[in-house]
Design a binder for this molecule. Structure first.
Ligand code: UDP
Length: 329
């Protein structure tokens, strides 16, 4: 029996495939390679195609004995989701439903879903538990939240069980140095900072320093991508063991400001990393910190990386050794 990893050639998908393989699981990857990378395909079984293409998907389910599906195929750019929402609704919702429906036709009913802290929008207080009201403030967050609700109703009607994992700020790279973060365009803080010591940009922009936080810059909960990956393995095992659907936050429970992350990257790289304060980025909440007690309790999840310096060091190792990422863009 195999785990189907849709989006397994992406950043979090490829790290999850690595953890699944390490746990002795059989893995089948599906990825369109629109954003994923051939160099990040770690499983022997790989199908290149889009999850919105039902004939393609049916073939994958016909040719493999799939016991559960993990779904990482989403567009993730908040700004783009505001200017081009149809792209987000078509991929993140419509194509996702094609995946769910093909699963049902194949009688596969266990699903692990990549969700996000963006479902909480601008929460009034931190840390954020899973019971914090969800109020997405952009189409990206909205598509993730809608898909969570689709899973709830598919669960009630068709007996599909799901693990919804709400990620906080994924960063870092596998310590084996073979896989890491390579988005184009890049919009995430840690890889953007590291482009400065790589000589790819002159400075990093700090989006606002007038937030009500300890140093005025935004605070986020940075979690190592391999820790996120581990949670997926535990989540799928829990479903395979017959446990009911669950929604879990995944974060370290500790917040770091943008300025603190830049300072840590200066320590790790030994580079000055000039920073400029610029205007706030629209829609950025001041502070997002996870309460992840449920994942620890129900999944038995124990993140291994607590120290943000170590997390950034793993990212630096990857970027230093792969300055052009996978080199395919
Ligand atoms: N950020 C920044 N400069 C950048 C990119 C990001 O100051 O060039 C800030 C952003 O405003 C947020 C934090 O870094 O407070 C993390 O942003 P990222 O886009 O990595 O993740 P998000 O929190 O939006 O999921």
């Amino acid at each position: 029996m195999a785990i189907l990893v849709a989006g397994g050639a992406g950043y979090i998908g490829s790290h999850t495939v690595q953890e699944l393989i390490d746990a002795g699981k059989e893995v089948v990857i599906v990825d369109s390679l629109e954003y994923g990378h051939q160099g990040a395909v770690l499983a022997k079984k790989f199908y290149k195609g889009n999850i919105g293409d039902k004939e393609f998907l049916k073939k994958v389910f016909r040719e493999n004995d799939i016991e559960a599906v993990m779904h990482f195929c989403a567009y993730i750019e908040v700004g783009e989701s505001v200017t081009n929402p149809r792209k987000y609704y078509n991929n993140n919702i419509v194509a996702g439903i094609a995946l769910l429906d093909t699963m049902l036709e194949a009688n596969v009913k266990r699903f692990v879903f990549s969700s996000t802290a963006a479902v909480y929008g601008q929460p009034e207080k931190v840390p954020i538990s899973e019971d914090t009201p969800t109020l997405a403030v952009n189409p990206y967050g909205e598509t993730k939240l809608s898909f969570e609700k689709i899973l709830k109703w598919y669960g009630e009607a068709y007996g599909m069980t799901s693990s919804v994992l709400r990620y906080f700020n994924a960063c870092g790279a596998h310590p084996n140095g073979h896989i890491g973060e390579d988005h184009s365009p890049e919009s995430h803080l840690v890889p953007l900072i590291l482009q400065v010591p790589l000589g790819k940009r002159a400075s990093i922009k700090i989006f606002g320093d007038d937030y009500p936080t300890r140093d005025g810059s935004c605070v986020r909960d940075y979690i190592h991508v391999s820790d996120l990956a581990l949670a997926h393995v535990l989540a799928v095992d829990r479903l395979i063991a017959g446990k009911p659907s669950i929604t879990c936050n995944l974060g370290n429970g500790v917040g770091f400001s943008v300025k603190e992350i830049i300072n840590t990257a200066r320590e790790v790289t030994g580079h000055k990393i000039p920073a400029d304060i610029v205007a706030r980025r629209a829609g950025d909440p001041a502070e997002l910190i996870a309460e992840s007690d449920r994942a620890r309790r129900e999944l038995g999840w124990k993140p291994k990386y607590h120290d943000v310096k170590t997390i950034i060091a793993t990212a630096w190792e990857w970027h230093r050794k792969h300055p052009s990422g996978y080199g395919d863009r």
